[in-house]
Design a protein around this ligand. Structure first.
Ligand SMILES: [Zn+2]
Ligand SMILES: [Zn+2]
Length: 329
């Protein structure tokens, strides 16, 4: 079968043996596998990486004793893995399991995957749209649910990459007002097209004032950072009013400084971290995929494996939202 290799600014296809099922590990034929922002790291790596790619949708083609799925099942392949037996895994939050077994790339024609990370893909939802349940919507979905974003709320979203764009789509679907903060012109334009009420540029010196002005008389109590940029995270903390809540969703492995008294105690602020969604909430996710037509607009580019270098070059340029790879084309 064909699988991708990333590294040194290159993406190419190589032939590798097809995986075989055993126990709870089943083989899924991948029909759609989106590129994630985190795949930039292996693409830029100085060594070749064969384990990138963790989003996808496809059909179960081989099992060997699985009690959860059968051959022919259409499935969403949720990101990463878990031990499958601890409380976190059994509760639907396997993504938080500290005991992750070996992980196989979803950038392949077939993937060997544990059956409990698969959720059924209803027949009326396409593979491309189903694959949006992973990183395009999953992290935003969880944070929006935890913050109880609803109609008439004003929500600040910093970073309009695929996750921030997904958060905008969900928040607008729920009837909230969105103040989006993004510097890339393509993404500014797209944020407006999918309904963001204000699109502001974080490079402007008076960005804090602009956010205040955009919120107007409505309280700004909820913010999501999807950029993973320290300055944007700080902007979220500074922008929400007392009793507000800020969700960190964009990955950022560096440090930001926080003053417990000024930032938290005297603002009664809540700061949450939010990763992927609880897969027990899948029925709500299906409803979103089914009824929110803007979910389809998150997909800006589709490339076959035969054009994978072009796909990554376009994605790295930033003028995209979700780029989907098709392993059989
Ligand atoms: Zn991802
Ligand atoms: Zn576990």
């Amino acid at each position: 079968m064909k699988a991708l290799v990333l590294g040194n600014h290159k993406a190419y296809v190589e032939d590798v043996p097809e995986p075989q099922p055993h126990g709870e590990w089943v083989v899924v034929k991948i029909e759609s596998t989106p590129i994630c922002g985190s795949d930039k790291t292996p693409f830029l790596s100085e060594t070749e990486v064969r384990t990138a790619g963790h989003e996808g949708a496809g059909v179960v083609v081989k099992t060997a004793g699985s009690s959860r799925v059968k051959e022919g099942d259409r499935v969403i392949i949720n990101p990463l893995s878990g031990c499958g037996h601890c409380d976190l895994c059994l509760s639907g939050n396997y993504i938080l399991c500290p005991d992750k077994p070996e992980f196989y790339t979803h950038f392949a024609q077939y993937v060997l995957v544990q059956d409990f990370v698969l959720t059924p893909l209803p027949d009326d939802i396409s593979y491309d749209i189903g694959s949006m349940a992973c990183c395009a919507l999953g992290p935003a979905f969880r944070s929006i649910k935890r913050m109880n974003v609803k109609a008439f709320d004003t929500l600040l979203i910093t970073g309009l990459g695929p996750v921030g764009m997904g958060a905008t789509v969900i928040a607008k679907f729920l009837g909230a007002r969105v103040i989006a903060v993004e510097s890339v012109p393509f993404r500014q334009k797209m944020a407006k097209e999918i309904g963001a009420d204000f699109v502001l540029n974080p490079m402007d010196k008076d960005i804090n004032e602009q956010i205040k002005k955009a919120a107007g008389a409505d309280p700004l109590l909820k913010a999501i950072d999807a950029s993973g940029n320290s300055a944007a995270e700080r902007l979220c903390i500074d922008s929400v009013q007392p009793n507000g809540v800020v969700a960190f969703v964009g990955e950022n492995h560096s440090q930001i400084s926080i003053c417990p008294s000024d930032d938290f105690i005297r603002k009664n602020l809540t700061l949450i971290g939010s990763w992927h969604y609880d897969i027990n909430d899948r029925e709500e996710m299906y409803a979103l995929l089914r009824h929110c037509e803007n979910v389809g607009r998150l997909v800006t580019d589709v490339y076959g494996f035969s054009q994978v270098q072009e796909a990554f070059d376009k994605f790295m340029g930033g003028d995209t939202c979700k780029v989907i790879l098709k392993p059989w084309e």
